[in-house]
Design a protein. Sequence first.
Length: 221
Amino acid sequence: MKVHSIFQSINGEVCGPGQGSVCTFIRFQKCNLKCPYCDTHDSQSGKGGKNYTKHGILNAIRSLPINTKNITITGGEPLLQKELDGLIMLLDQYNYITTIETNGSICPSSTMKAYSCMVMDCKLSSAFMTTKQYDQYNKKFLENVKMLSYSDWIKFPIQTEEDFNLALYNKSRCEEINEYIRFAFSAIKPLSSKKLLEWIFKEEIYDAVLNVQLHKVVGVP
């Protein structure tokens, strides 16, 4: 598996243990999307990173200074890693609580569903160069929603009012497909969380949370 970095911080966004919890992050290298607002652009490429086995990752985690059982697997796009299922099962054997952050374009496996909390982004128009690219992505995303459960999240990264309107449409589509999942709305610059909250109140979206990137507010990685 190609790892970009392994580090410790706080969970700045919705996750299994909850925002603000101390966590070990496993950031994988390579992504199949090129979102312009990605905050770790050097993890998008297939180049770079360091090869690890699942036991090598476990050893790296156990050598870190903070003894926390909370794990967040992110990227890049972690679902591109062929041995991810094996890593998740190994972490479960050692009683780690795992959250997987994914871009929504790849279907989670039954193992991921059983052994982790999924935070699946629903990418919107601002993440794509063309309408065709967005439509192709959205079709795959809606198929993948079927795999989620009550412990999982769908997160909408929103930059524009057009994004927000698409998020509302996709939220209703998701609810038709799967009644158990939770929703989070996240403002991406230049949109402010305050403005996004105004839109949420205006549309009376009271069954979703405002996701603020807490780690950026606090000033930690």
